[in-house]
Design a binder for this molecule. Structure first.
Ligand code: SP5
Ligand code: ZN
Length: 343
């Protein structure tokens, strides 16, 4: 199995985030990708290659043009506004009852317009890193198209919280969604996205909510008590043509393999009924018992089980990296998931 990664993805390097009501050290840092890369090298799964370059077209199939231009131009606008902070946070949002139909001219208005949290600071190189991360997922999708049975897109920054026109949850471009859409546009009939990150994949769900060609399933902490709080409930089943193609498995804090594994089993049976041509796994390591921001209790060997169950689906599979914040165990757990798939 090949791995795709670019050092450009390390250029987004926040040092702090607003979380739990205060300014804390950033969790989504370049060292995450570096430690995973180191363990992938040691595991010798196969070649590690840089992403190919893509035009913006594949990204614009998923994200709105004004949003992409905002991300792309952000640093220039920030400097033109005479601002000097190196890490930038939104602080006001157009929530219930406020207007969404006029994009503000002022940079602070734009920041809130295109975001849903204050946990995802932007800097001078955020766009470069996010674009590169999306190209990593696209290159992985191309490997699957060229006949590879599996590939690992070592994406960072992650993507599953990003909506068509919103960033948040450390995510700017929805890498898994961009890969899924690319596969569809290259003639793949049906794609499943299975999201095993601790947090609900709100962005991915929203992007494909009214579609029957991309099935979405997410196993995550109950949004009643966990980020992203406002999406990810069990009764979100899809809309219009997409009705019945969205499946959420919200689980309580403290969940360990017994209940998590049951949800995975149910999800896999639902995937088999859909009979996808390609499976994309939004692979988060944050269900791990010692993850610093999460409250599930999966153990290292449980990640092997996840990989092995996914392999039983017998489908070409693109793994796309999402979250996971215990730097020390991130590389081990990630390679366990992939070797569970391969063995
Ligand atoms: C991709 C991904 O995993 N994004 C997650 C973003 C989560 N940001 C909010 C973190 C809130 C942490 N609350 C921890 C409480 C325990 N101290
Ligand atoms: Zn997560």
């Amino acid at each position: 199995m090949k791995t795709i990664f670019s050092p450009d993805q390390l250029l987004h390097a926040p040092t702090k985030e607003i979380s739990d009501g205060k300014l804390v050290a950033a969790h989504e840092v370049p060292a995450r990708a570096e430690i995973i890369l180191e363990h992938i090298r040691k595991a010798q799964f196969g070649e590690i290659q840089p992403p190919k370059e893509f035009t913006l077209n594949a990204i614009l199939k998923v994200h709105d043009t004004d949003y992409v231009h905002f991300l792309q131009d952000f640093w220039k606008l920030w400097q033109e506004a005479g601002r000097t902070e190196e890490e930038v946070f939104p602080f006001v949002w157009p929530v219930h009852g406020l207007r969404h139909d006029i994009v503000p001219d002022h940079i602070d208005g734009k920041l809130g317009f295109y975001s849903f949290d204050a946990g995802s600071p932007m800097g001078a190189h955020t766009w470069t890193a996010a674009r590169s991360s999306a190209e990593t997922a696209l290159t992985g999708a191309d490997l699957i198209l060229s006949g590879e049975g599996a590939a690992f897109a070592l994406c960072r920054p992650p993507g599953h919280h990003a909506h068509r026109r919103l960033y948040g949850g450390y995510c700017f471009l929805n890498n898994a969604a961009i890969a899924a859409q690319h596969l569809r546009d290259q003639g793949v009939g049906k794609v499943t996205i299975l999201d095993v990150d601790y947090h609900h994949g709100n962005g991915t769900q929203a992007i494909f909510y009214d579609r029957a060609d991309v099935q979405f399933l997410s196993i995550h902490a109950d949004p009643k008590v966990e980020f992203p709080y406002y999406l990810g409930h069990a009764n979100e089943r899809g809309l219009k043509e997409g009705a019945g193609y969205n499946h959420n498995y919200p689980l309580p804090h403290g969940t360990s393999w017994d209940k998590w594994g049951e949800a995975l089993e149910d999800a896999c049976r639902t995937i088999m009924k859909f009979a996808p041509d390609v499976v994309i796994v939004s692979l988060g390591m944050d269900p791990y018992e010692n993850d610093p921001i999460s409250q599930f209790r999966l153990k290292t060997d449980d990640f092997t089980r996840i990989g092995a169950r996914i392999a039983q689906l017998g489908c070409p599979t693109l793994f796309v990296m999402e979250g996971g914040y215990l730097i020390g165990e991130l590389g081990v757990n990630c390679t366990k998931a992939l070797s569970g798939y391969l063995d």
